[in-house]
Design a protein around this ligand. Structure first.
Ligand SMILES: Cc1cc2nc3c(=O)[nH]c(=O)nc-3n(C[C@H](O)[C@H](O)[C@H](O)COP(=O)(O)OP(=O)(O)OC[C@H]3O[C@@H](n4cnc5c(N)ncnc54)[C@H](O)[C@@H]3O)c2cc1C
Length: 409
């Protein structure tokens, strides 16, 4: 029963990597392994807004990696403070006027693929292994992978994303995510150099999104500026959602998209929109294609989950899979990682048993996660209800955390 503490981390996304960095950091020196099913980077990419989780991230990453966060930004040259953009902007899509511009000191965007590449440095990650079984033993847990290999440890933490296999292993059907009734597009593209420069000037560089009376949300973002001097290389992306009922009545084929190019469907819906969104869509070249993807959420049930005596738990989207409309998923994932590392330090220092430390960790993640998933859903609904948008969570809270535990150490 007295095996040395070892953590098995399933998933090398933002939560798994931040957690590994924290276990590795300085005096912590806690044994772990990260295992991920991917052997090469995913084709899907987007940006996340990092706001209140900055101080938590500073505790997890070694100073050298923390100082390299600008490298992970879509625009490595952007200092939001210097540029006067320490905020996000939400507009009325029909008029282009600002509805609200919640300020946040130090706010930054991170491109998730660039971030994963940087945060993988200096940690023990094994790629190309899919978790297929979890075996509980008297003194810990064994993770089995598709290639016949396994890893044993004291505790396994599922950082395996919104469709988490670990979550479904723990909770069966209760662990399955729910698809919300919205059509969701997320697709990247480049403009001509001239248009890229114009769009870059027209839009807010962090978050520029709008609610439209047509029960529709559109956001234009920068994903990457690989060469600051050559605007034709800059990659932008659009996030768009609209209510599915409306979509079905307009075009039966459009909700799932089928083989249809959903950029055409978006173009069709952009009449009566103001800039920057109108031009953002109009200027996309005809050869850009996109499919709709399901907009899924999952929040922990009231009863939480059984952590099998502190041997299995969850973090990040696996623990609370929220919509992106208030930009909180990655911030909460980093918060989970920081809290998990703090719990493991207590176990290492023998000030708490593993079972107790995981119980405490779970209590916070479950309650914070459940609340935040509900709020994210309310924010999604509000982005499709122009008349009542002023009552939405983002108007009350901006991009601040809802739970006091998120700010505490
Ligand atoms: C379009 C969009 C915009 C967003 N905007 C924001 C924002 O502005 N602000 C914000 O805070 N958040 C935002 N989010 C949310 C944020 O991206 C996520 O919360 C965060 O990236 C979750 O990280 P994760 O590590 O928990 O999961 P993931 O990044 O999904 O990582 C899971 C990892 O687990 C691996 N894996 C899965 N199954 C297995 C298995 N069986 N075996 C081994 N490995 C496995 C996967 O390969 C993957 O690498 C946004 C999300 C989307 C989709």
């Amino acid at each position: 029963m007295n095996r040395p503490l070892k953590v098995i981390i399933i998933g090398a996304g933002l939560s798994g990597l931040a957690l590994a960095q924290g276990l590795e950091k300085g005096q912590n020196g806690i044994d772990y392994v990260v295992v991920d099913k991917e052997s090469e980077p995913r084709d899907r990419n987007w940006g996340v807004t990092i706001a209140w989780s900055h101080p938590l991230l500073a505790q997890l990453l070694p100073e050298e990696l923390y100082n390299r966060l600008p490298e992970c930004q879509p625009d490595p040259g952007l200092d939001t403070k210097e540029a006067g953009f320490e905020s996000v902007i939400i507009r009325d899509g029909q008029t282009g006027e600002t509805i609200v511009q919640p300020p946040f000191p130090g706010v930054r965007r991170l491109n998730i693929q660039k971030t994963r590449a940087v945060w993988s440095e200096g940690v023990n990650v094994k790629f190309g292994k899919t978790l297929t079984d979890i075996e509980l033993t008297a003194d810990g847990v064994i993770a089995h992978f598709h290639d016949g290999t396994s890893e044993s440890g004291s505790v396994l933490v599922g950082c395996d994303g919104g469709g988490s296999w670990v979550r479904r292993w723990m909770l069966d059907d209760k662990g399955t995510s729910v698809v919300l009734p919205y059509t969701f597009l997320n697709f990247p593209f480049r403009y001509t150099a001239e248009r890229a420069v114009k769009m870059d000037k027209m839009m807010h560089p962090i978050v520029d999104v709008a609610v439209h009376p047509k029960s529709m949300y559109v956001g234009i973002f920068v994903l990457d500026k690989p060469d600051l001097q050559r605007p034709e290389t800059w990659v932008f992306y659009i996030l768009a959602t609209w209510a599915e009922d409306d979509n079905k009545s307009a075009s039966p084929d459009a909700a799932s998209g089928g083989d249809k190019n959903m950029v055409d469907e978006l173009r069709r819906r952009m009449d009566d929109w103001a800039d920057p969104f109108k031009s953002a869509v109009e200027w996309i070249s005809e050869d850009v294609h996109a499919k709709a993807v399901p907009l899924r959420i999952w929040g922990p049930p009231d009863s939480g989950w059984d952590n099998r005596g502190g041997r299995v738990t969850l973090a990040g989207d696996a623990a609370h899979s929220m919509t992106f409309h208030r930009g909180q998923g990655a911030n909460n994932a980093i918060c989970d990682s920081q809290k998990f590392v703090t719990a493991m330090v207590k176990v290492k220092n023998s000030t708490m048993t593993l079972a107790k430390a995981i119980d405490e960790y779970d209590a916070d993640v479950i309650s914070r996660g459940r609340t935040e998933v509900e709020i994210s859903k309310a924010q999604t609904d509000a982005f499709h209800d122009h008349a009542n948008f002023h009552n939405s969570p983002i108007m009350r809270l901006g991009i601040k955390p809802t739970s006091t535990s998120a700010a505490s150490k």
